[in-house]
Design a protein around this ligand. Structure first.
Ligand SMILES: [Zn+2]
Length: 160
């Protein structure tokens, strides 16, 4: 059995008046993440971890922000395309572990629906998707609510 592990990290600025898409969910908040796509930091980190596991480059290479077809795109589409890409290479996702770093808002109640969306897009079980969240104790750009960060680790397995 062949296994591959990958890691991903993503950062987005938080600005007033943007929708805040996180883990495929629209989170009610006065600020949202700034980006060319819907700026879903968690889905981007997971895509990067999946691509990294197979040394396929990064999300910016596959879905460049210079391409207008990706403007404001729903990152669930990018996650689906990344899943298709690794399937084409003969691999499937075993599990995902991730951590979100943000000061506000409180997102505990959104973790479960995020896990449901991500597991369904990756064709894996709910218990194979972990999402943890932390503040930075008000330190740094995350603590000042200027930005949001996500880290993800993904294990892939060669399909038999
Ligand atoms: Zn991103």
């Amino acid at each position: 059995m062949s296994y591959r592990i990958g890691s991903g990290v993503d950062y987005h600025q938080m600005v007033e008046g943007r929708e805040f898409w996180l883990g495929g969910i629209l989170v009610p908040h006065h600020k949202g993440a700034l980006g060319h796509s819907d700026a879903d930091v968690l889905l981007h980190a997971i895509c990067d971890a999946m691509l990294g596991a197979l040394a396929l480059g990064d999300i910016g290479y596959h879905f460049p922000d210079t391409d207008n077809s990706f403007k404001n795109i729903d990152s669930k589409i990018l996650l689906k395309r990344t899943t298709a890409l690794i399937h084409d290479k003969g691999y499937q996702v075993v599990n995902v572990d991730s951590t979100l770093c943000l000061q506000a808002p409180k997102i505990a109640s959104f973790i479960q629906p995020m896990r449901e969306i991500i597991s369904s897009h990756l064709n894996i079980e709910l218990e194979d998707v972990s999402i943890k969240a932390t503040t930075t104790e008000k330190m740094g750009f995350v603590g000042r609510e200027e930005g949001v960060v996500a880290y993800a680790t993904v294990l892939l397995q060669k399909k038999v």
